[in-house]
Design a protein around this ligand. Structure first.
Ligand code: GTP
Ligand code: MG
Length: 451
């Protein structure tokens, strides 16, 4: 393909800045701009060998010194001839060098175009390409680890295994459909049923990984609940290190829900601050309380905040009731900087003492959250990482379920076969084997230029 070029590092003054090229004649194009110090042509050097040289304008004006390396198609990220130039990280110099490369036969690369070429050349499938982006965007060490495993092809191998299995089932059906009059002894309905059940279980297991994928990517939905004035908003501010939420000594300060991303241990929470739960005649506050309950319904984790310096009231019980739908609940005893009311610590000995005011106990809270969500719940890299993948896997599962139902209902082999083929198509979309052009374009358009 034609030769594309882009700056691959952020445009900010930095120690090193990298330009990359990919496509036909990439080394020759780079050689018009980058001149090795030993006087030989850049493209004449061995591939995958660093060469020291200078970037010069056609008039011979020196722009920078740096290193260059080229890769043959067999050993490059994109699966085509490729070049990387390592210069000083000056946005001006990098911009000028890029202009020279564009004037020398390269074209400015679009977003994700390098990775798209890697996909088109078969270097990686769509799950691996998406993992590249996930790795760059990872917000926690765990998310990065999983993206790395996925980039290595963990999900691809899993999905291709199921695909091959279904293909094997389909091929035996083809025999029955193509030669209906022959008595094919090797096609045992019982065996086919058994095989379909195996792939259904595999797909169910795969679909069940999507939840963890979502949590890793966009954060675990979590909510701060409690009666008014216990310090929910103060806690959100303390955890984010911001003044995001209004805090006052007046009960009923927070009305609307406020969501912020908070990283606690290895987990990213989408933590929602809510209005204090209580019965109220105030129309606006009542709407806020309603929103708080709704946020609680959608959350996986509730941090129920109590004020450790005052006796508990019926409103605290209401807050706990609101949290009852959440999968996990942690009790946070706030205002630990004040003398603790013995009745509170007796009633909730497991509560985590914190002070939103002084910051004490926040680390313990972080550890408690991390303990609830230990890393490594899913096998490394083998999980559905986004809505696109989840949708395709669910469609594949649905089609296998239909195939089994058709089988059990005594439908003709070709009806069963068409469901199996639907499942294979959905899996093909997942890996990109049969993905439509617009889906592929949408995926790569979210990449940055130079990746
Ligand atoms: N001493 C002490 N005071 C705190 C602490 N956290 C919050 N406060 C005070 O408690 C009062 C209520 O804090 P908020 O964060 O507004 O409480 P809230 O739970 O969000 O209240 P509503 O929005 O009304 O439901 C304010 O006066 C805070 O300064 C704490 O850890 N220690
Ligand atoms: Mg508040």
């Amino acid at each position: 393909m034609d030769c594309i070029a882009a700056i691959a590092t952020p445009l900010a003054p930095s120690a090193i800045g990298i330009l990359r090229l990919s496509g036909d004649g990439a080394a020759a194009v780079a050689g018009r701009v980058f001149h090795p110090a030993n006087g030989r042509d850049f493209a004449e050097h061995s591939p995958r060998t660093m060469v020291y040289g200078a970037v010069e304008t056609p008039e011979g004006t020196l722009l920078d010194h740096g290193l260059g390396v080229w890769f043959s198609a067999a050993h490059s990220y994109t699966g085509e001839e490729a070049v990387e130039l390592y210069l000083h990280g000056s946005p001006v110099v990098l911009g000028e060098t890029l202009s020279l490369l564009l004037a020398s036969g390269a074209r400015q690369a679009g977003p994700g175009e390098f990775t798209r070429r890697a996909f088109l050349s078969g270097r990686m499938d769509l799950t691996q390409a998406e993992a590249v982006m996930d790795l760059i965007d990872a917000e926690t060490a765990e998310a990065a680890r999983l993206a790395a495993a996925q980039e290595g092809g963990a999900l691809r191998r899993k999905v291709e295994g199921i695909y091959e299995g279904l293909l094997e089932v389909a091929s035996r059906f083809y025999a029955v459909v193509d030669y209906p009059d022959e008595d094919l002894e090797d096609v045992s309905p019982e065996e086919l049923k058994g095989d379909l059940a195996v792939w259904q279980r595999d797909l169910e297991a795969l679909v069940s990984t999507a939840r963890r994928g979502r949590i890793l990517k966009s954060g675990l939905p979590a909510v701060l609940l409690g009666k008014p004035n216990v310090g929910k908003s103060s806690l959100l501010n303390a955890l984010t290190g911001t003044d995001r939420c209004l805090v006052t000594a007046t009960a009923g300060t927070t009305r609307d829900t406020v969501e912020e991303k908070v990283r606690l241990g290895g987990v990213v929470l989408r933590l929602t601050d809510t209005a204090g739960i209580r019965q109220t005649a105030d129309e606006i506050e009542a709407m806020g309380v309603e929103r708080a309950r709704r946020a609680a319904d959608q959350a996986e984790l509730a941090l129920v905040v109590i004020d450790g310096s005052r006796p508990l009231t019926a409103e605290d019980e209401e807050a706990f009731a609101a949290a009852s739908g959440c999968k996990k609940v942690l009790v946070v005893r706030n205002k630990a900087d004040l003398p603790v009311c013995p009745a509170v610590s007796e009633r909730f000995p497991e509560a985590i003492p914190v002070s939103a005011r002084t910051g004490e106990g926040l680390e313990e809270l972080e550890q408690a959250v991390a303990a609830l969500y230990p890393a490594g719940e899913a096998p490394a890299g083998c999980l559905l990482a986004n809505a696109r993948q989840e949708d395709a896997a669910r469609r594949a599962l649905g089609a296998v379920e239909r195939a089994r139902a058709a089988f059990a209902g005594g439908l003709t082999p070709d009806a069963v076969l068409s469901d199996v083929e639907d499942a294979m198509n959905a899996l093909g979309e997942l890996t990109g084997r049969t993905a439509k052009e617009d889906i592929v374009s949408a995926i790569f358009s979210r990449f940055c230029v130079g990746k």
